[in-house]
Design a protein around this ligand. Structure first.
Ligand code: PEP
Length: 256
């Protein structure tokens, strides 16, 4: 299966800085047929960067989108408007759920909107620290996964990418809070089990599952070799060219 390295730039870089940074990445990144490299710049940078990027090397993702196609939704941008500009859309990121109050209903409608606009949804799921402490991880993940996919047709299911991002492991600098590869393996296996029970073996084995949560060049190799993990969603380290490129190089070595 293809491996994915997705960099989420969040609300960083001006449009000019984004362009300079993309240029640097395009120069430094290797091309690899089994590796999909995706970056998610700020919304305002997407259109100019779509004209600049070489899609064979780096594809673009939106960090979120509105589930409606058009209409009176001041400030929002839809997948219909993003169509042709991005190939992917990150949906249900924990920051969107927590800080912008995106609900499971919003998430599933946006996944459906992305698919009807030929955009690949990267559906983010993950438990909070409290949910983990109370032993609710599996229930939360099952709800977020099946909820997020509930408006997807059988034929479109194979076009979805899942990202498991335990909220407690995002943006941590403390080693003790990093997710252990064994824990990720257990969760990735659980996600495949749920997919198998709900949609059958073909979907369960073919959907890519990415891991995200404080990935950096020192731990990327360990995460990329976790069974059932097909790539990484990278936040902070994706903002530093040397680190992002190193993570891609590691992924390339793991693929080879
Ligand atoms: C994220 O927010 O998606 C993420 C993975 O961030 P970080 O790598 O900084 O933990």
């Amino acid at each position: 299966m293809k491996s994915y390295i997705v960099g989420n730039w969040k609300m960083n870089f001006s449009v000019g800085e984004s362009s300079v940074y993309l240029h640097k990445l395009l120069q430094k990144l290797p091309r690899h047929r089994n590796l999909e490299i995706v970056v998610a710049p700020s919304l305002v940078a997407l259109q100019p960067l779509s004209l600049q990027t070489d899609r064979k090397k780096i594809r673009l993702a939106a960090q979120t989108a509105n589930p409606h196609d058009f209409g009176a939704y001041t400030g929002a941008v839809s997948c219909t408007q993003l169509r042709g500009i991005v190939d992917y859309c990150i949906i249900g990121h924990s920051e969107r759920r927590q800080l912008f109050h995106e609900t499971d209903k919003d998430v599933r409608a946006t996944v459906a909107a992305a698919l009807r606009n030929q955009i690949t949804p990267i559906l983010c799921i993950g438990e909070t620290e409290t949910e983990r402490t109370f032993g609710e991880t599996h229930d939360v993940l099952r709800d977020q996964l099946l909820g997020g996919l509930s408006e997807v047709s059988t034929e479109d299911l194979s076009k979805v990418v899942i990202a498991y991002e335990p909220v407690w492991a995002i943006s941590t600098t403390t080693d003790a809070r990093l997710a252990a590869p064994d824990d990720i393996s257990e969760v990735a296996g659980f996600i495949r089990q749920i997919l198998r029970e709900s949609y059958g073996k073909t979907i369960a084995t073919s959907l890519p599952i990415l891991y995200g949560g404080s990935v950096n060049p020192s731990n990327a190799g360990a995460y990329l070799t976790v069974p059932d993990v097909n790539g990484l969603l990278v936040g902070s380290a994706s903002l530093i060219a040397d680190q992002f490129v190193e993570i891609v190089e590691i992924a390339k070595r793991v693929q080879d």
